[in-house]
Design a protein around this ligand. Structure first.
Ligand SMILES: [Zn+2]
Length: 301
């Protein structure tokens, strides 16, 4: 009984301390019009699979401590010319449409810390169905193949969840091949009458042997022959942003290599689960697959 009373007392104390601390943090610098930070977002409404650029303006006496969105810490950049901070926000396909809060924590010089909240609208989007026919071994897997597929997915996920401190990318991003989109991001795919994962990128028309260009500066994070995506290159553009190039016929780069925007990283082909030669191009931000067409609309040439 004594033990119960003691733990009840401890929890109550911790609860009150947490409440007091939260109130203190939230109330600092929040008198009307006194925020030392302001946020603007472009586009102001993010569709599912979309990407947005949030600009965070501060005065020179304020240092950014932390930016959070959808329960995650978001890496931020300092733009050396404008002295503004900015962050990239992504709404993955699993994101709930509606209003989400972007929070910015700051620390003033000779002033207490503060917290600013900004509403971010995520819009629903409907994706068409797409029916495809491929050899049956590309849809129903034997235990051995399933193990390979799951291992490929694990490796790709681990790479894309890694956040490099440095930013390699700069404006603008370029299309890896200049052609037409054959299949868009998010299409609800049905292979041989069996529903499978939604399309995680865009398919670009690319005859066999077409040079595939790096969309931006970065480092080669992976070259791997995956069962489904075939010969695949992943480029790390820094701060959690990656681009992925799949179904290649061959690689022109090696893992760890520094890459320039527009550099040939491989030749297009039809390796893996492909109905013919094309380039599957994907974008990942903080482990979320986003629509490359949305990235290009925001930061492309
Ligand atoms: Zn594809």
């Amino acid at each position: 009984m004594i033990q119960i009373k003691q733990s009840f007392f401890s929890y109550t104390l911790i609860f009150f301390i947490t409440c007091l601390f939260s109130t203190w943090i939230c109330s600092m610098g929040v008198e009307a019009g006194s925020y030392p930070v302001s946020v603007s977002i472009k586009p102001d409404k993010i569709p599912l699979g979309g990407i947005a650029l949030a600009t965070i303006k501060t005065n020179d006496k304020t240092k950014l401590l932390d930016v959070k969105f959808l329960g995650e810490r978001i890496p931020y950049y300092l733009d050396p010319s404008s002295r503004n901070y900015f962050v990239l926000l992504g709404a993955g396909l699993d994101c709930k449409p509606g209003v989400h809060i972007l929070t910015v924590a700051w620390q003033g010089i000779d002033a207490p810390p503060g917290l600013y909240s900004h509403k971010v609208h995520v819009m629903a989007r409907t994706f068409p169905e797409e029916r495809l026919s491929v050899p049956e071994r590309m849809v129903e897997f034997s235990p051995k193949i399933l193990e390979r597929v799951l291992n490929d997915q694990k490796v790709v996920k681990e790479i894309c969840n890694n956040i490099s401190d440095e930013r390699y990318w700069r404006r603008p991003f370029v299309w890896p091949v200049k052609s037409k989109i054959l299949s868009q991001f998010g299409f609800r795919r049905i292979f041989n009458n069996k529903p499978r994962s939604p399309h995680s990128g865009v398919d670009l028309r690319a005859p066999e042997g077409t040079p595939v260009l790096a969309s931006n500066y970065g480092k080669v994070a992976m070259t791997r022959d995956c069962y489904l995506s075939g010969k695949t290159v992943i480029l790390d553009h820094g701060k959690g942003l990656y681009t992925l190039y799949a179904h290649l016929d061959s690689y022109k780069v090696t893992e760890g290599q520094a890459i320039k925007q527009g550099q040939v990283i491989g030749l297009a082909g039809s390796t893996g689960r492909a109905t013919g030669p094309h380039l599957h191009w994907g974008v990942s931000l903080l482990g979320k697959r986003l629509d490359p067409a949305e990235l290009m609309a925001l930061l492309g040439n």
